[in-house]
Ligand binder design. Structure first.
Ligand code: SAH
Length: 354
């Protein structure tokens, strides 16, 4: 019998490799589909619970694989029924994932890295840099754990890759995870129900465009000119807005999906009329949509959100320039809502404990 640490996360296996493994263990290939349906459809917690599999196969699975590798370290529920899980990974690092409920939607938000290397000045996730990429199984485990928070009749309808980390810096793990979710035997989540948010890495945006699936792409712009964006989003010094917009245009041409531009309004910094006008000017001839995000307070950062009239004025200017604009609803405000805050607290207290 293999020891626990020698067993492989089954969520790292593609359906094809699981089929091959079944055949190598004297089973028909369709058993792989049955295993997947137990994991994704019936929310089984271990191999022993997969009743319709032969006992020998269950024993072989148990010897070779593990279903989950992390454990739930904290579970918070906000007054609007937003729920957040803090997962402790096998190597002791933490990541967060969130369940957001709307009348007809159940959206899960996942992380793709432990920390983040992008260094956006208003974001909690980058405060301690990046430790490592998550694996495919660690990304999928977040989704399955969130799915299991809901009663049987409720299912995940949408996925946003907007948690901790820069998704496009970890495409090698993210794309297989999204492909698995897409499959019939997975959660059956169509590409149109999946949104990937990026700081704007042009080469990787082009790779994603060529992947052949029409995921929604959201670009975190946050400033309408390079001078200001270099300050707020330091990675911009090596990309520049023009390159990002060109890659986003290509994304639209390849996939037919309208690109969303995210813009966190920071009082006194990027929320003035001139910024709105500049933003309108660079986006109005594109097939674009602007999503203004209210700043989530991060305890060690001094940024704050503008007044309601200022926000309204910003929206009006953008709309007058012909750019579709929405303001994102705040969710889970009473549970360390800014992504990365809970993890930060936990990793910091570990550092302090030595
Ligand atoms: N690295 C990806 C995913 C980050 S999180 C990206 O840059 O898009 C998703 C969105 O939340 C990004 O637009 C990010 O800039 C924004 N964000 C980060 N910190 C925030 C805060 N404190 N308040 C509001 N939005 C924030």
């Amino acid at each position: 019998m293999n020891s626990l640490s020698q067993r492989l996360p089954i969520l790292d296996s593609s359906s094809q490799s699981l089929e091959e493994w079944c055949v190598a263990h004297d089973q028909p290939a369709y058993r792989a589909g049955q295993v997947r349906r137990w994991i994704f459809g019936k929310r089984v917690g271990d191999f022993a619970g997969m009743h319709d599999l032969p006992a020998k196969l269950r024993a072989d699975l148990l010897d070779k694989y593990r279903l989950f590798t992390a454990r739930v370290s904290a579970h918070q529920i906000a007054s609007d029924r937003t729920e957040k899980l803090l997962l402790k990974l096998a190597d002791g690092h933490f990541v967060e994932c969130v369940l957001m409920r709307e009348p007809k939607r159940r959206t899960v938000c996942v992380s793709t890295q432990v920390g983040c290397a992008m260094g956006c000045v208003f974001c909690a996730s980058g405060l301690m840099g990046v430790k490592r990429d998550l694996s495919t199984s660690e990304i999928l485990e977040q989704i399955l754990r969130v799915d299991r928070l809901m009663p049987r009749e409720e299912r995940i309808t949408n996925l946003v890759v907007m948690g901790i980390g820069e998704p496009l810096a970890n495409l090698k793990a993210l794309l297989p995870a999204l492909d698995t979710l897409n499959e019939k035997g997975g959660l059956g989540l169509g590409a149109r129900r999946i949104t990937i948010s990026t700081v704007g890495l042009p080469d990787q945006m082009r790779t994603l465009a060529r992947h052949g699936k029409a995921f929604n792409l959201a670009v975190s712009l946050h400033a309408p000119n390079d001078e200001l964006r270099n300050e707020l989003v330091p990675i911009n010094k090596s990309t520049g807005i023009e390159n990002i917009l060109a890659a986003a245009d290509e994304y639209f041409e390849c996939t037919g999906r309208r690109v969303t531009y995210e813009y966190v309004l920071l009082s006194g910094l990027n929320d003035q009329d001139t910024h709105a006008r500049q933003l309108g000017a660079i986006l109005k001839h594109r097939n674009a949509h602007v999503n203004l995000i209210p700043m989530n307070g991060v305890s060690e950062l001094a940024f704050c959100e503008p007044s309601a009239p200022r926000t309204r004025q910003f929206v009006e200017i953008l709309q007058e320039s012909g750019v579709a604009t929405t303001v994102r609803k705040r969710k889970g405000a009473d549970i360390d809502a800014a992504c990365g805050q809970l993890r930060l607290k936990r990793e910091r207290s570990l550092v302090q404990l030595g």
